[in-house]
Write a protein of this length. Structure first.
Length: 164
């Protein structure tokens, strides 16, 4: 069993997978990547089931102060089956909030959809909504919606179709 101290030591260092063996009453922890990743997401339709793809935001920057979270300047897609990672790097003056997965209603593959993230530009002191094709995260934006001000980091959300 993992102690609270052991869990907290690993919690912020990168994505991990907890596997629960109900028959043997055991829990195992597997480190999946060395990079610091925030706001991990999957296709919500896969919650509680096996999934292939994961998404998050990460950084190549150092923290501005001890204990501070550095600006998150990359959106990352993991393919856990093929053991591949694809990154969409933001321009130097920009930082992302949570990248939310929105499923394409006509899609058939697990990653058919879009990643939506509010991105703050330090150069303009404004945010924009960035839309990436979840099947081609490195391919660049599908859309970019300029906003009149800043959307503070930390806003979490989910997309629900009308009538849900």
């Amino acid at each position: 069993m993992l102690s609270r101290r052991h869990f907290l030591h690993f919690a912020g260092l990168g994505p991990h997978r907890f596997s629960i063996d109900l028959a043997r009453a055991k829990v195992s922890l597997t480190k999946l990547d060395d990079r610091f990743v925030e706001f991990p997401r999957i296709n919500p339709a896969r919650q509680g089931r096996r999934y292939r793809y994961g998404y998050g935001v990460t950084t190549t920057l150092e923290p501005s102060a001890p204990g501070a979270t550095p600006a998150l300047n990359q959106i990352v897609k993991y393919d856990w089956v093929a053991d591949k990672t694809v990154v969409h790097a933001l321009p130097a003056d920009q930082e992302a909030g949570e990248a939310m997965f929105v499923q394409d209603p006509q899609g058939t593959a697990e990653d058919d959809g879009w990643l939506l993230a509010y991105v703050f530009s330090r150069a303009t002191s404004r945010s924009h909504l960035l839309v990436l094709d979840a099947t081609d995260v490195a391919g660049g934006p599908v859309a970019k919606v300029e906003l009149p001000g800043r959307v503070p980091h930390g806003f979490h959300g989910d997309f629900l179709p009308t009538g849900a």
